[in-house]
Design a binder for this molecule. Sequence first.
Ligand SMILES: C[S@@+](CC[C@H](N)C(=O)[O-])C[C@H]1O[C@@H](n2cnc3c(N)ncnc32)[C@H](O)[C@@H]1O
Length: 242
Amino acid sequence: MASKFFVPGPERAPKVEDLFATIAPRYDVINDLQSFGMHRLWKGRMVEAARLRPGEQALDVCCGTGDVTFRLARTGADTVGFDFSHAMLAVAAQRAAQIPLPSGSGTVRFQQGDALDLPFVDRSFDVVTISYGLRNLADFHRGLRELTRVLRPGGRLLVLDFGKPDFLPWRWVYFQYLERICPLFGKVFCGDGDTHGYILDSLKAYPAQHGVDSALRELGYVETRIQTLLGGTMTLNTARRR
Ligand SMILES: C[S@@+](CC[C@H](N)C(=O)[O-])C[C@H]1O[C@@H](n2cnc3c(N)ncnc32)[C@H](O)[C@@H]1O
């Protein structure tokens, strides 16, 4: 049965907001457990691929609790973390207060709002990242157009998310994990298996690595590249705006 948090159409965004309001306090610990800590490596890989230089401007859309935002800032980039969930941003603010960034880091600020309607002027960022966010947007193409609008020509876009492995037997095993094991994390930590049953439902509806790559080419990006992680269970799409 589909997760109650996955509702295609106009109800999609409010349901996603409910979902993250429910899981925010446990989000980080569940991430560590369900990925065996590997999400840290994958996020590190994304930030490395961004090749930021000190003083550059970075935007981390769907930043959640700020994992990637803080990493971007540690490279010296002035960074904005952007998300529509007050609950997730509250955890990010708590983390910012508890763990000061090392000297040489860029500035960090968090801002609340909708990724489908970014409150930033055109071409204002050198790098835009979105990790585990694009899959959650009610309109994937509109989301990519917004990310592109705020990226300067020559700027880099990086998309990290769950993938769909090309090797079908491996995809089957992985989908079994998402269907049978992941909801247990939701049940144990949030009292509701649907919170993590949502991952598979949203992934099935998501064009994943190949769809993202095609959409980026259609938008005129160059140097598009797909990096597969753990056999394609996770994927990093990178591209440069022409
Ligand atoms: C799975 S979390 C990812 C958080 C973080 N980027 C990470 O990798 O740990 C997805 C985030 O996307 C945010 N989100 C989903 N739809 C959004 C939208 N339309 N506008 C802004 N944020 C959105 C959620 O609130 C949530 O914090």
